[in-house]
Design a protein around this ligand. Structure first.
Ligand code: ADP
Length: 704
């Protein structure tokens, strides 16, 4: 089984293994060796300490033994000076507490007491004495003698004076001896015992009483390990030279091995502490590494989910930075590929179709067999109109339809690498209905590869409007020419008579010149009015506008036509409303419009009529209407009435002098003011023309 651990987990595991290894090495390899060396070192130290103590005690005891023997000899030599001898001895040896001489045969005893010490109360028992090395002096070690401040040592010597036996006891202050044995540098828990074969002489810690088996083991100078008194001890023994005593020193196992324990505790603590520091550093380091890696992984996961839009966060660390930059490069490529993917292509296609459907041209694509694979809505519409019952599916069905006439055609082939293009340009006339003709310019681009047709793009550009405009221009030209021909022929005819006919009288020549004059005036009026209309149509000339009183303007116009009215015995009935505001108009144009309508009303009707002229306000318009009770206008003529050069083709109208441009001019004037002109006509009212002009009162706001 494979373990999947995070970087932190790996560091933790690694350090744990390292801790186990280091601690195992410490405990299994280092500890026993160190323990052995510590134990042997300790043995040496204890041995040295023990022999040092024994040596010093031996030396002291030997000194006291020989001093005691000397005193006894001196007294045996000079029994009479015994007392003074004892005193001088005490002054010589200040450690002597008391010297006592007794004889079993005599009741008196001789005692000399060192005044520096209190008198000791206890006498040593017989069996507590042990022989010294010279066997003359016996000694006893009195510990904890009641009433005495410290340990004492009693030296007992027998001597004979004059055949009588005497016993001398010298009591020494054994403080110095105790000092040696109680202050050994072996810690606080060591046990020390000095003993003879039969009894214990000294014990520093009686409560630790060792079993007999221990203290009877002689000459244990190897610091042997012993179990006793409820614990493990290292025990060593040594014998005195000065007397028949043995010293046993026991050190608790724990005290012996203390450096080992200390080493283990310190080393383990150090190892654990060191590993903790390593762990901390490792975690910090791994965080530094794993955080940017985690961010990078997150970003890469996003790439996995095909989200290529968001940029990769590039880590700061040098090695990871390189990796981040590489991934970012990959992301950019993927993003580019995504942009170019099929979905995108389809979208492009739809977009193109949308553009093509909104084009004014008719656009279609065909395959190699000329069958349509795409047609925009306008193309579909044409096909539908051409053949409502049977769907046209190929290019040829459209181009060779019975309603389609080819006017002209050119073609051009071009090589483009492995492909060949052929562009066929033609113009078509399509008869859709009896009265409806449409014109198209057709661009038919086909692509071939090795002679095989791959498909074509066919575009129909509608030329109908252009054709209509051309046609209208031609018609207009014909009308103009026609209208000019009459006055010009008239002028030419009369001029010719005047120049060539010598028989013409003065009266006749005057009459002819009047005709020439009238024709010239008509020609002039015609040309001027035509130019006026053209100027207004083009909107290229700005006519100054200002605030005028329309009512006054209407009254003046009527007044100016008074002779004509009177000539035909016509009555002008003027009805001007009270609330007519002043409005902003081009004054000359407004007057021209009113005059034109008034002049027509006078012209196209019999005499003895009433012409009703009204000026009123309707909503936001000022409305001028003129009802003439005249001939009226037949319905079929009404829709053409405002066209240039149109005149109603009846005898009454034709006999009146006119250009057919007046109403066209009025219409242009109305539109120039954003207004309108309408017509009503019947037998009752004759004709009623109504001119509406929007009310504008702010001169600055009046824009053409
Ligand atoms: P003109 O009067 O110079 O011929 P207009 O454009 O003013 O040109 O008028 C065009 C034609 O409309 C006239 O020739 C006439 O036949 C007809 N017409 C105009 N006004 C009236 C009217 N009030 N009543 C009857 N026919 C009219």
């Amino acid at each position: 089984m494979k373990l999947r651990l995070s970087l932190q987990g790996r560091i933790l595991l690694g350090l744990a293994i390292l801790a186990v290894v280091l601690l195992s090495v410490l405990w299994i390899l280092v500890r026993p060796k160190y323990e052995t060396s510590v134990v042997s070192e300790r043995i040496t130290i204890v041995q040295q300490l023990q022999s040092y103590v024994i040596e010093n005690l031996d030396k002291q005891i030997s000194e006291w033994v020989s001093a005691s023997r000397s005193i006894a000899w001196e007294i045996a030599e000079h029994p009479r000076d015994g007392e003074s001898l004892l005193r001088s001895t005490i002054s010589l040896f200040p450690e002597i507490v008391q010297i006592k001489i007794q004889s079993p045969e005599l009741p008196d005893e001789l005692t000399s007491q060192n005044t520096a010490y209190p008198v000791p109360a206890v006498q040593p028992a017989e069996h507590q004495f042990i022989p010294s090395a010279d066997s003359i002096v016996q000694l006893a070690w009195l510990t904890a003698v009641p009433g005495t401040p410290s340990t004492m040592m009693v030296m007992r010597t027998r001597f004979q004076v004059s055949g009588r036996m005497f016993m001398m006891s010298v009591i020494w202050d054994a403080k110095s001896l105790q000092h040696y044995i109680e202050r050994l540098p072996l810690g606080t828990d060591y046990y020390l015992r000095i003993y003879s074969k039969s009894f214990v002489v000294f014990e520093n810690r009686p409560e630790k009483a060792f079993t007999d088996s221990v203290h009877t083991q002689q000459h244990m100078n190897d610091l042997r390990k012993v179990k006793s008194a409820g614990g493990e001890w290292r025990v060593i023994t040594g014998t005195f030279r000065s007397t028949d005593l043995t010293m046993l020193v026991a050190v608790p196992e724990g005290a012996i091995l203390e450096p080992v324990h200390q080493l283990l505790v310190y080393s383990s603590t150090f190892i654990v502490g060191f590993l903790l520091v390593l762990l901390l550093l490792g975690w910090m380091l791994s965080y530094q590494i794993s955080r940017p890696v985690a961010l990078l992984v997150k970003d890469v996961e996003r790439l996995g989910n095909l989200d290529f839009q968001q940029t990769i966060r590039i880590p700061e660390m040098r090695n990871l930075r390189k990796m981040g930059e590489t991934i970012e490069g990959m992301r950019r490529s993927l993003e580019r590929y995504q942009r170019l993917n099929v979905e995108k292509i389809i979208l492009e296609e739809w977009k193109n179709k949308l553009f093509m459907n909104h084009s004014d041209d008719l656009i279609g694509f065909t395959d190699g067999n000329h069958a349509f694979v795409f047609r925009n809505a306008k193309f579909d519409e044409l096909c539908q109109t051409l053949s409502p019952s049977h769907a046209l599916t190929t290019k040829n069905e459209v181009l060779h339809h019975s309603a389609v006439t080819k006017i002209k055609e050119t073609s051009q082939r071009e090589e483009a690498g492995q492909l060949t293009t052929e562009m066929v340009q033609s113009e078509l006339k399509i008869q859709l209905e009896a009265e409806r003709m449409e014109y198209y310019r057709v661009n038919d681009l086909s692509i071939f590869r090795e002679g095989e047709n791959l498909g074509s793009l066919i575009i129909f550009h509608d030329l109908t409007n252009d054709r209509m405009i051309d046609k209208m221009k031609t018609e207009m030209m014909n009308i103009v020419v026609h209208e000019l021909r009459n006055p010009v022929s008239s002028i030419m005819g009369f001029s010719d008579i005047l120049l060539n006919d010598k028989t013409v009288t003065d009266i006749e020549s005057r009459e002819f010149m009047t005709h020439i004059m009238n024709s010239s005036q008509k020609l002039n009026a015609l040309i001027n009015r035509f130019l006026d209309i053209s100027r207004l149509e083009s909107r290229r000339i700005e006519y100054p506008k200002k605030l005028i009183d329309c009512a006054a303007c209407v009254r003046e116009a009527v007044k100016s036509q008074q002779p004509q009215l009177a000539h035909k015995s016509l009555m002008a009935e003027i009805d001007i409303a009270e609330d007519i505001p002043e409005i902003v108009v081009a004054p000359d144009l407004f007057r021209e419009a009113v005059l034109n309508l008034l002049s027509n009303a006078i012209k196209y009707g019999d005499s003895h009529r009433t012409i009703a002229i009204k000026l009123m306000r309707t909503g936001s318009d000022v409305v001028f209407s003129i009802t003439d009770h005249g001939y009226g206008i037949p319905p079929e003529a009404q829709e053409k009435l405002f066209s240039k050069f149109y005149r109603v083709p009846d005898a009454k109208s034709i006999k009146e002098v006119g250009t057919g441009l007046g109403l066209a001019y009025v219409k242009e004037i109305a539109e120039y003011h954003h207004g309108s002109i309408t017509l009503e006509s019947n037998a009752e009212i004759g004709s009623r023309f109504t001119l509406s002009i929007p009310i504008v009162t702010d001169e600055t706001a009046a824009v053409s």
